[in-house]
Design a protein around this ligand. Structure first.
Ligand code: NAP
Length: 604
């Protein structure tokens, strides 16, 4: 007979394959919203947390459940809100033929319907909560009635809605609608869980939901787009904390009575959850600038980390054969927390995006393990989806950076690159600089311009200036295109989100493979704070650490202008051969200031 564990494993595997299939169709344009959407969905750990908080299994269990409810609901509310904020920014350029009044009114009509539906659903949740809380009869009924089969159907429907939600992300046109379906799925799962037969008290649940919604709501509404990477890291840490606390509470409750299967699941849950919690917190701190961003390395770092990992595995194996070894369990949790911290300290802030994606994947695994512990299939599904999404994005980033997954997994690459940089910097010729007035003359004679944004645009917050410049040029009849490299900036889809924020229609953004053939025809390539993604050494110089990385072929344009502050290298620490190209002119300075000066020159 098939056991619950086998069913769980089948579900985990199939959800992973399905997730891979659906997520690999999400275009790079929507990779950042994808990250926050899977984050929000992984907040499904809320369903497990609600049961632990409301089941009255003792003060410690209730308290841990309460904290887990706060963490998970923060992720759900914050994740969905910020995803929606991002998706709202992705607009298509209005086409004169289609921009009829009928079209506009139908779109706003559509939006009104969605808004009303969302409001109705939230009201439904609030009413359900008040009703159960107020009515003793209802509480008594639900605590005795076995609604497990009904709940299973709720979860099946939620899982289908999550998959449809992710499928919506395959196009900006359907992305918001898809997310609405995912939100609906979450709501159904949460409302359904409120009727779980183990829940006997609602005080902590309501408190946790209100607090989490307030924290998540404020984060989702007010966090600036530039802080999305650190918000994502923070959200992974909250999800992982929820999983760890639920794992500890389950162990505390059952201890030596646990079977091998359950002990294995709890072990994985607290191990992955613990290291993801501290690792993600470190990542968020580094990205926010609260902690020093530079990699911290010391002799024997990899050896000590691997030894620590080995001790944790030993604890887990021992616990599986002897679950009553409580001291070993708590030692394992403490070591996992320490391991997460040690895993991230050797990695520089600039490398954090790959780490964040990996931690995303770990957070998904912790969530899935929690699903195995509580035998909650919806958690197994979303954990698997989240894990797949994080893993896939990490792989895509590695591929686009021409770096092996092993290199990423064993960290400290920020340091390696700095060492290589020393070797790479050597004189390559003369660098020409340009002033804004000369640049304005070049724009006057150009018929086609390709704008290449990079990390420097994000640092300078120059996306609005870039968008304004493009509008001015287009008004003059110049053909303007944006060239987007898959790893420009510091997270997948970074440039897309920033340009969308500056109202650049997404159909003006071209991916690397699409735009490269156009460079040879372009009169001018304007590089705004991009560096590595334009370095011809990636094509020509076998000794360069960048060799093999696909790049934007800016060097093929008839003229090139680069806006950056100095000749300093970018993320990879490699000197850029492009700057010594006779066609290339440098406008030194902060990109936003340079654009302002250029506007003034264009006007005069
Ligand atoms: P980059 O190679 O890191 O270069 C950014 C450039 O921006 C720097 O050379 C810097 O030069 C300039 N800059 C910084 N502040 C500026 C300001 N205020 N105004 C003007 N310029 C400024 O960036 P990229 O070309 O976008 O390439 C991204 C790199 O990050 C790649 O190596 C990629 O592999 C890596 N990466 C990306 C991701 C991702 O998911 N997107 C993830 C991990 C790693 P100055 O200091 O001279 O101004």
């Amino acid at each position: 007979m098939t056991t619950e564990l086998e069913i769980g494993l089948y579900i985990f595997m199939l959800a992973g394959f399905l997730g891979y299939h659906v997520i690999s169709r999400v275009p790079p344009l929507l990779h950042t919203p994808l990250m926050s959407a899977t984050n929000a969905m992984s907040g499904i750990s809320l369903v497990g947390s609600l049961v632990v908080a409301g089941a009255n299994h003792g003060p410690l269990s209730t308290m841990f459940g309460f904290i887990a409810v706060i963490c998970s609901s923060t992720n759900v509310v914050g994740g969905f809100l910020i995803t929606d904020r991002m998706l709202k920014m992705f607009k298509k350029a209005p086409s004169p033929q289609l921009a009829s009044t009928a079209d506009t009114s139908s779109t706003s009509g559509d939006r009104r319907v969605w808004r009303k539906a969302s409001l109705a659903l939230v009201t439904l949740l609030a009413c359900a909560l008040v009703l159960i809380y107020k009515s003793d009869q209802l509480r008594a009924y639900f605590s005795h009635a076995d609604l497990t089969p009904v709940l299973s159907y709720f979860y099946i429907l939620s899982a289908a809605l999550f998959i449809l939600g992710l499928k919506g992300l395959s196009s900006p046109k359907y992305a918001r609608r898809g997310m609405f379906l995912a939100e609906l799925g979450m709501l159904m799962a949460v409302v359904g869980t409120l009727f779980h037969h183990e829940i006997v008290t609602y005080e902590w649940i309501i408190g946790g939901l209100v607090l989490g919604s307030l924290i998540g709501g404020s984060m989702g509404l007010w966090i600036p787009m530039t802080a999305v990477p650190q918000r994502t890291a923070l959200s992974h840490s909250l999800g992982a904390l929820a999983a760890t606390l639920v794992g500890i509470s389950e162990y505390y409750r059952h201890g030596g009575l646990l079977g091998r299967v359950l002990m294995t699941a709890i072990g994985f849950e607290v191990l992955i959850g613990g290291l993801t919690f501290t690792g993600s917190l470190m990542a968020a701190g580094k990205l926010q600038g609260i902690l020093p961003g530079a990699p911290i390395t010391y002799k024997g770092q990899n050896t000590s980390n691997i030894s620590l990992l080995a001790i944790m595995v030993f604890c887990l194996v021992t616990l599986i054969s002897k679950p009553s070894a409580g001291a070993l369990f708590y030692l394992m949790v403490a070591l996992a927390l320490l391991f997460g911290f040690l895993l991230v300290i050797p990695i520089g802030a600039a490398d954090m995006p790959v780490v964040i994606s990996l931690l995303n994947s770990y957070a998904g695994l912790a969530d899935a393990s929690m699903g195995f512990v509580l035998m909650n299939k919806i958690q197994i599904i979303t954990g698997s989806l989240d894990g797949t999404s994080g893993f896939l994005l990490s792989l895509l980033m590695c591929r686009a950076m021409n770096r092996s997954a092993m290199n990423v997994l064993f960290g400290a690459f920020g340091k390696i690159e700095k060492e290589e940089a020393g070797v790479a910097v050597e004189a390559k010729g003369t660098v020409r600089s340009i002033v804004p007035d000369e640049m304005a003359v070049l724009f006057d004679s150009a018929r086609s311009v390709i704008i290449v944004p990079g990390y420097g645009m994000a640092v300078a917050q120059a996306q609005h200036g870039v968008s304004e410049l493009a509008k001015v040029l287009m008004k003059r009849g110049i053909d303007v295109k944006y060239a987007i490299h898959p790893v420009a900036g510091r997270m997948p889809g970074h440039m897309n989100v920033l340009l969308a924020e500056a109202n650049v229609p997404y159909d003006q953004l071209f991916e690397m493979e699409q735009i490269n053939p156009y460079f040879a025809e372009a009169d001018l390539a304007l590089v705004v704070g991009a560096n590595d993604v334009t370095n011809p050494a990636a094509k020509n110089n076998k000794n360069s650490p960048l060799y093999g990385m696909p790049i934007l072929e800016v060097d093929r344009a008839k003229a090139i202008i680069v806006l950056k502050r100095s000749l300093r290298p970018g993320f990879a620490g490699v000197d850029n051969e492009l700057y010594y190209n006779p066609k290339c002119m440098m406008l030194f300075g902060d990109a936003r200031d340079s654009l302002n000066k250029l506007f003034a020159a264009l006007k005069s």
